[in-house]
Design a protein around this ligand. Structure first.
Ligand SMILES: Cc1ncc(COP(=O)(O)O)c(C=O)c1O
Length: 379
């Protein structure tokens, strides 16, 4: 078949036609087990749904294709896919380097895991390549974990530089690519070994599925271990969730492109408001802008943050005045959300108190702007 653009492959779920019905929509097959013939041979090659399933596989194939990977695995949540990487690949005594600015739930788990599993974890400012280089230990570091753009300040990490540093130390690089999605960044092209997604967010896009995913650059020993880990741990995605996820993924490109275009326009306008500081990698004022221009295509993502001169109280007041943005946690859905991360993250937060995180949806951009302007006035 001729090579097609990723947006075409995505919209058609790789030109999928159900061979049984001729339907052009991938079917939902909820069976947990698969039959054998009278000769006791498997009819479909599948045994049991924990490792394989006709509804999960098309979504895994599409994601592997979009990321340019050798394979993909779906999990029951983003956290399940992320923790699988650490638990499946690290042993007591290993050293792990991770970003200090990252999804706070994973950072909190990593700290607990480090103590309980005797894995030595260094949290660093991975946006500074020299910091990463300083902290890796040749022959000892097993894994380097980065997120880019990273929650909640949208720090940008140079993936190619991080891959060089990780590989130079004999470690693997895993990138949490939840926010850019393969629309904007394909980490494997920049040298990443593994890509992780909270598929709950943009890949599904409709705030109605909890799912996670891993994509591998190579079908190697590490990937085998991760397969074994998912099999043993059992945090697999159910058929219905996988069906909904693939339905959502088919509109990934138009959703994300629109969300990014609106986010950039809002970021530019917000930057002109007095008393408002804007964190968005698409703005030249963002410290990661230059690297973002190198490793992101078609835009800079739908997530931005604003800091208000009036501090935490002003941020909470502004969030309270919003009428179009919904006050809720999470990101990547078609509806715009506002969140005061310090409140959401609690005691161990490193989120600045004045910061509001905005997840831009697909609503009319002028409605979103009106809402922000009235809520921030006077900032
Ligand atoms: C960047 C990022 N990674 C991972 C996760 C965890 O995903 P889940 O909530 O599906 O477990 C989240 C959730 O907010 C996230 O934003």
């Amino acid at each position: 078949m001729a090579k097609r653009a990723p947006a075409t492959d995505c919209a058609q779920a790789l030109h999928l036609v159900d061979p049984v019905s001729g339907g052009i929509i991938p079917p939902l097959q909820p069976s947990t087990t698969f039959a054998r013939g009278a000769d006791y041979q498997l009819l479909s090659g599948r045994v049991y749904t924990r490792d394989e399933g006709p509804t999960v596989e098309p979504a895994e194939r599409l994601l592997a294709h979009l990321e340019g990977g050798a394979g993909a695995m779906l999990f029951a949540s983003g956290m399940a896919s992320a923790t699988a990487v650490f638990r499946g690949l690290c042993r007591p005594g290993d050293h792990v380097v991770a970003q200090d600015v990252m999804y706070f739930g994973l950072r909190a788990w990593l700290k607990r895991m480090a103590a309980e599993w005797q894995v030595d974890v260094d949290l660093v400012d991975a946006a500074r390549t020299d910091e990463l280089r300083r902290v890796v230990r040749r022959g000892k570091t097993r894994l380097v974990w980065i997120e880019t753009p990273a929650n909640p300040t949208w720090d940008i990490v140079d993936i190619a530089a991080a891959a060089d540093i990780a590989h130079g130390a004999g470690a693997l690089l895993c990138v949490d690519s939840t926010v850019p999605t393969p629309v904007h960044t394909r980490p494997i092209e920049h040298g990443a070994d593994l890509v992780m997604h909270a598929a709950t967010k943009y890949l599904n896009g409709h705030s109605d599925v909890l799912a996670g995913a891993l994509v591998t650059a190579r079908a190697d020993d590490a990937w085998q271990k991760l397969h074994q880990y998912r099999h043993d741990d059992g945090a697999c995605l159910g058929a219905f969730e996988a069906w909904l996820l693939l339905r959502g993924m088919r509109t990934l490109f138009p959703r994300v492109e629109r969300q990014s275009a609106t986010a950039l326009e809002l970021a530019r306008r917000l930057e002109r408001l007095p008393g408002v500081r804007v964190l968005y990698p698409g703005l030249p004022s963002h410290p990661g802008h230059e690297v973002a221009c190198r490793q992101m295509q078609r835009g800079f993502g739908g997530m931005l943050a604003i800091g208000l001169a009036g501090g935490g109280a002003a941020a909470l007041t502004a969030a309270g005045k919003m009428e179009v943005f919904l006050r809720a946690t999470s990101l990547g859905g078609v509806e715009s959300l506002v969140e005061h991360r310090e409140t959401a993250e609690g005691a161990d937060t490193i989120s600045p108190p004045d910061l509001l995180r905005l997840s831009i949806g697909i609503e009319d951009a002028e409605d979103l702007w009106q809402d922000l302007s009235q809520a921030l006035h006077p900032a």
